[in-house]
Ligand binder design. Structure first.
Ligand code: FNR
Length: 188
């Protein structure tokens, strides 16, 4: 059947440009890939006291991640790092010790910002964490999207042809990367 990709949007804002970007990317993906969003908005702030008895909301979150063949992170940069809520979700997924749900997952990282360097530093922070957690990462091509108003319309259509083609190629590369990783590392 088709590969199922879990999309994790690094912004909880109702107006999120990264949610717009995620929507556009799912439209530009090649055939054979299905997308579902993995929400983490209801997770409490993690601390290790939870490890002895994980709350149901965290078990559900981990089950969603585990069920995905691959993960696509679409995230803003906050203060030159990844947003705290996203980091909190990743921490939940990494515990209890020995039950790290991120291990061996094929992942892609992309993000949009109004700022000139378009999430590059935040993506590096996220990549460092994913690396430590033993996730597989597509490390090239990279995609740092400099967002200006109207770049992606309400239907998830990219209004600049050059950017649309760039994102289509990014998704083609992510699809190929995912298929390659799954050939050697079947997911549970
Ligand atoms: C930002 N923003 C931002 N932009 C950037 O390019 N580099 C940065 O380090 C930051 N830091 C930052 C911190 C905080 C707390 C906020 C609220 C914002 C601006 C950010 O890119 C912009 O608000 C985006 O619109 C956020 O993405 P979403 O929420 O629209 O997807």
């Amino acid at each position: 059947g088709p590969y199922r990709v879990g999309v994790i949007v690094g912004s909880l804002s109702k107006e999120s440009i990264n949610r717009r970007l995620a929507n556009a990317l799912t439209h530009l993906a090649p055939e054979g890939f299905e997308f579902f969003e993995i929400s983490y908005a209801d997770l409490p702030l993690y601390n290790r006291d939870f490890d002895a008895d994980y709350p149901q909301v965290a078990l559900d979150f981990k089950a969603q991640v585990a069920s995905a063949d691959a993960l696509l992170f679409v995230t803003p940069e906050y203060n030159r790092s990844l947003p705290g809520p996203l980091k909190n979700a990743i921490d939940w997924g990494s515990r209890p010790w020995g039950q790290n749900v991120w291990a061996h997952k094929p992942t892609g990282v992309v993000g949009a910002s109004m700022g000139a360097i378009g999430t590059a530093v935040g993506q590096q922070s996220l990549r460092a964490t994913l690396g430590f957690l033993n996730a597989r990462q597509m490390t090239a091509p990279e995609a740092y999207i400099h967002y200006s108003p109207g770049l992606i319309d309400d239907d998830g259509r990219v209004t600049t042809p050059g950017t649309e083609e760039f994102l289509r190629q990014f998704m083609a590369a992510f699809a190929e990367y995912t298929a390659r990783v799954l050939t050697v590392i079947p997911q549970a």
